[in-house]
Write a protein that binds this ligand. Structure first.
Ligand code: SF4
Length: 487
């Protein structure tokens, strides 16, 4: 679809809203309306305090026009840009919606953190029911997704209440996996190709952990949670896991720690020895990620394990005595059906893990049109699977504790972490709601300094690939020291 901007240059906002509603189109900017074909003109007029955005959309020879107006806050440039972006997007949403059979479940929301948005409404003085009404009416979000958001927002608020203001979390990234899953969009190296990189990587990450501990001590912060993720951390040997976890213990004051997670991830990497090393290293929460309990679907996604292997891995973890076990699933995998996904959720519920996370498959960036169409066509079955999971999990005593959306998910849906009471992962909430600073170590790890008063977030990103990462030790430490204002 051709789009034309008049009176503004917020191209990204326009493209984002068009693709949110029409995910299979290809967008292209032009100076004027074409004589043939579909287009969207986005026009902005500002008169003193008032701003008006108008969208004129032509699809299949029919033209619709919609406008939204607002009063500019004029407090600073960023605040003005925020409200202008909002009315530009909403005007396009209103106009394109007239061509669709039904509104998307998440209405006009394109952002990834709906619960953070809902909390923002409550921070501005609205009660929870008032915030829910505004959330639903202003953004056109469905009743189910509004309820989900408000429940996740309440959990986020409890996490804010228990985290001290000067607390930080530590993320440890292990970018290796036994083989690559078909849908993977992470920078993770399969060990067939990169086994030799693991020992020097472990040495580099230990050095980075030690230096990061010094930053935390120098800035008088307290460590509240640790999360080792990947990749698949259990690709490492028990000795390598022990080396990293011992280094964490000796580099940080662990006396304020409230949670320590290791993402064991793939069941084909889990052994009793590794789980013992993880427990002795201090972790109390592990994640075992089947994604599906359907063996055919596991084959389709390139996993080299069966649903039975998941159960065996779960039993090892349970026997060793972790207090919280999470299990990840993905909706929308190749060959999965609502019935088979229902079976996956029921099987996991029967195992009684404390947490079950339901992700929606995200298509890779740069996916071709065929993939985009296949993804968009899955809308109904994905909705059915998510709704079934929500009902089964709620009935089994789980509640949604964190929620985020990703770009390019099947049908534009969400990822939800479900938990039994009092077992929510504080790290996941803090990360998704951006309520705490985080120091991250490892290739591609992103450290974030969150200013809770202004909401400003500053980031430092480590080099993406292990080799490049291992060559950049001192530069990474300098970058983090700068981020945390140590000169
Ligand atoms: S386990 Fe995760 S990180 Fe590893 S290949 Fe599969 S999707 Fe990618």
């Amino acid at each position: 679809m051709i789009y034309i901007l008049k009176g503004h240059d917020l191209r990204h906002a326009v493209e984002e809203m068009i693709l949110h509603l029409l995910p299979t189109v290809i967008t292209e900017q032009a100076e004027t309306e074409p004589e043939q074909g579909n287009y969207c003109v986005s026009e902005l007029e500002i008169n003193g305090q008032t701003a008006k955005a108008t969208a004129t959309v032509k699809i299949c020879d029919k033209i619709e026009q919609k406008s939204r107006e607002t009063t500019l806050p004029n407090t600073d440039e960023l605040a003005n840009k925020r409200v202008l972006t909002e009315i530009i997007k909403l005007s396009i949403y209103d106009a394109i919606l007239l061509f669709l059979d039904k509104a998307p479940e998440w209405g006009s929301l394109t952002g990834v953190r709906p619960a953070k948005l809902a909390r923002g409404l409550m921070e501005r003085g609205l009660t929870r029911p008032e915030a829910a009404v505004q959330f639903r009416e202003k953004f056109g979000v469905s009743a189910e997704r509004t309820a989900l958001t408000m429940r996740a927002a309440a959990h986020a608020q409890s996490a804010i209440d228990i985290l001290p203001e000067n607390s930080v979390s530590l993320y440890i990234g292990i970018p290796f996996c036994p083989s690559r899953c078909a849908y993977c969009s992470f920078v993770s190296q399969s060990i067939q190709k990169s086994a030799g990189l693991i020992p020097p990587y472990v040495d580099s990450i230990c050095e980075e952990i030690k230096r990061t501990g010094e930053i935390v001590a120098k800035t008088n912060r307290v460590l509240s949670t640790v999360y080792m993720g990947g990749g698949t951390p259990t690709t490492l040997s028990p000795e390598q896991l022990e080396k990293i976890m011992t280094c964490v213990k000796s580099s940080f004051d662990m006396s304020n720690l409230i949670e320590y997670t290791v993402e064991a991830g793939r069941p084909d990497t889990i052994t009793t020895e590794k789980m013992q090393a993880i427990k002795l290293g201090g972790a109390d929460r592990v994640s075992i990620n089947p994604q599906t309990m359907n063996d055919e679907v596991l084959k389709n996604i390139g996993r080299h394990h069966s649903a039975d292997d998941v159960i065996k891995a779960y039993e090892i973890a349970r026997k060793i005595g972790f207090s919280v076990i999470n299990m990840d699933t993905i909706v929308g995998l190749l060959g999965d059906t609502p019935e088979s996904f229902e079976n996956t959720i029921n099987t996991l519920i029967n195992l009684k893990p404390e947490n079950i996370t339901v992700h929606t498959l995200a298509i890779k960036r740069g996916a071709d049109l065929y993939d985009k169409e296949a993804n968009a066509n899955q809308h109904n079955s994905v909705k059915k699977m998510l709704d079934t999971a929500s009902n089964l999990l709620s009935n089994a005593g789980y509640g949604p504790y964190y929620l985020y959306r990703q770009k390019f998910t099947a049908g534009g849906f969400e990822n939800v972490g479900w938990c039994k009471p009092q077992t929510e992962s504080i790290y996941n909430i803090a990360m998704m709601e951006e309520i705490q600073s985080i120091l991250s170590v490892g290739a591609g790890a992103v450290s974030k300094l969150v200013d809770l008063k202004t909401g400003k977030i500053t980031r430092f990103v480590n080099p993406k690939y292990p080799k490049e990462y291992m060559e950049s030790g001192e530069r990474i430490i300098l970058g983090k020291q700068k981020l945390f204002h140590i000169f």
